[in-house]
Design a binder for this molecule. Structure first.
Ligand code: SF4
Length: 297
């Protein structure tokens, strides 16, 4: 694998106006009954997400205390998440756990609360449990030794929806810069951890072939392309229109990106059926767009 001379930038600092609302959660494992997702439980150590991506479908979920437009401005760390998980460990034998479906487990608050780390420490003690950690943040590297301790029972998924950081700044203003994600992927892969790239939800791409090649040289062993899910009267539509990025909704455009990844990752075999109504992923991942229909847990 070619190693690219990328700096590992620190993740963005905590969003200054973020409201932190610690809570005691009543549940921590959300069963996923649809086998097409490829995991048994979703585990979210936080409610809300400090990355506040503008397209995030989770912002629309019913919540008595927060409006959709406040998404990204509040986070509720589940203070008892590790203990709750420990009390539920009997459910985890031979289980596949996805962390996290409705938040980013390595959002900036994780530096302070370490809830994702402590949940991973519990999962490590459940010997047959498989874990998929999904994030947009190089902060995941702070737990590199712990991730390695899982061996091949753990993989990391990185979301990089575009190859252009100016696009990222418009759609994910509080999430880490794309170069820092590539660098983190390289570090994980070099440490022997399986890394999957999720081009999801697909945003405007500058050079699809170079994007796919970059995923390859950054150590991804798999990649998938997931489509944008717009909500009813979604203000994100206007953002796309203002930037002339409505092409991301065009199936032909999506297919072009998908083809570029198909060429870069030609050897992966299909492991599960396509999901109806969703853009085909390429190559198919053991998981689909995480938590697409999950509610905030
Ligand atoms: S990182 Fe994930 S959960 Fe957080 S705002 Fe972005 S899309 Fe939503």
């Amino acid at each position: 694998m070619t190693s690219l001379p990328l700096p590992v930038e620190p993740p963005p600092p905590l969003f200054q106006d973020l409201r932190v609302e610690p809570e005691e959660a009543r549940s921590i494992l959300r069963p996923q009954k649809d086998e097409r997702y490829g995991f048994g439980f979703a585990l979210s150590p936080y409610r809300g997400c400090g990355h506040g991506c503008r397209y995030c479908y989770v912002r629309e979920y019913p919540n008595a205390l927060h409006k959709p437009e406040d998404w990204g401005g509040w986070v509720a760390p589940k203070l008892n998440a590790p203990e709750l998980l420990w009390s539920q460990r009997h459910r985890l034998h031979d289980a596949r756990v996805f962390m996290a479906s409705a938040t980013d487990p390595y959002q900036p608050l994780e530096r302070q609360y370490r809830l994702s780390r402590r949940c991973l420490e519990v999962l490590l003690l459940c010997p047959t449990t498989e874990v998929i950690v999904h994030t947009r943040s190089p902060l995941v590297l702070q737990d590199l030794d712990l991730l390695k301790a899982f061996g091949d029972r753990l993989s990391v998924g990185f979301s990089i929806p575009t190859d252009d950081d100016t696009v990222r700044q418009a759609v994910e203003p509080h999430a880490p810069a794309i170069p820092s994600r590539w660098a983190a992927m390289e570090r994980l892969a070099a440490a022997g951890i399986q890394v999957t790239l999720g081009v999801a939800p697909l945003m405007a791409v500058h050079d699809a072939k170079a994007f796919a090649r970059r995923a390859k040289v950054s150590g991804a062993s798999n990649a998938w392309v997931g489509g944008l899910r717009l909500l009813k009267d979604d203000p994100f539509y206007k953002l796309l229109a203002d930037h002339r990025w409505l092409k991301v909704l065009d199936p032909d455009y999506v297919e072009g990106i998908r083809q570029a990844f198909r060429e870069a990752f030609p050897t992966r075999r299909r492991t599960r059926p396509e999901r109806p109504g969703k853009i085909e992923v390429l190559p198919p991942s053991p998981i689909h767009q995480p938590g697409l229909f999950d509610r905030v847990g």
